[in-house]
Design a protein around this ligand. Structure first.
Ligand code: C2G
Length: 129
């Protein structure tokens, strides 16, 4: 059983999110997502349109996601990797290099982001009508 772990806010889930979740899941047998809480979003200087509960319910409905855990701090990743016996940690390559410290505990993979789409971009387009 190969376990994959990734993190994010996943607000207004779009094809960029779906594609990274799909590719991450395909690297193993189960995918765990560390979902940023509303409070942690503020730490990340991000605000999400949808609440943590709604974003969690949406992710749990996706075929690629097996488990959602809360992401409340930057520092919890090593503990999450060990507690969940994670084999592969995955993030989009906008984070390339940022989580290499996890390499002593699991494989670290940065996957190409999907171009030309983002939650903030979608919000801007919706505002412009
Ligand atoms: N992503 C992508 N393509 C996009 C947009 C996002 O591949 N067009 C990926 C990101 O690279 C990330 C994941 O989707 O791996 C989630 O993106 P966000 O919800 O924006 O998460 P982020 O704010 O990057 O939070 O501790 C890690 C942080 O919680 C990551």
């Amino acid at each position: 059983m190969k376990t994959v772990l990734t993190y994010g806010t996943f607000d207004l889930v779009h094809i960029g999110h779906i594609r990274i979740l799909k590719r991450a899941r395909e690297l193993g047998d189960r995918l765990i997502v560390g979902l940023s809480t509303d409070e942690f979003n503020r730490v990340k200087h991000k605000s999400s349109f949808m609440s943590y509960e709604h974003r969690k319910e949406i992710l749990e409905a996706l075929r690629y996601v097996d488990k959602v855990i809360p992401e409340s701090t930057w520092e919890q990743k090593v503990e999450d990797v060990l507690r969940n016996e994670v084999d592969i940690f995955v993030m989009g390559d906008d984070w390339a290099g940022e989580f290499d410290f996890l390499k002593e505990h699991c494989e670290v993979v940065y996957l190409p982001r999907t171009q030309d789409i983002s939650s903030s971009g979608l919000k801007g387009q919706l505002r412009q009508g």
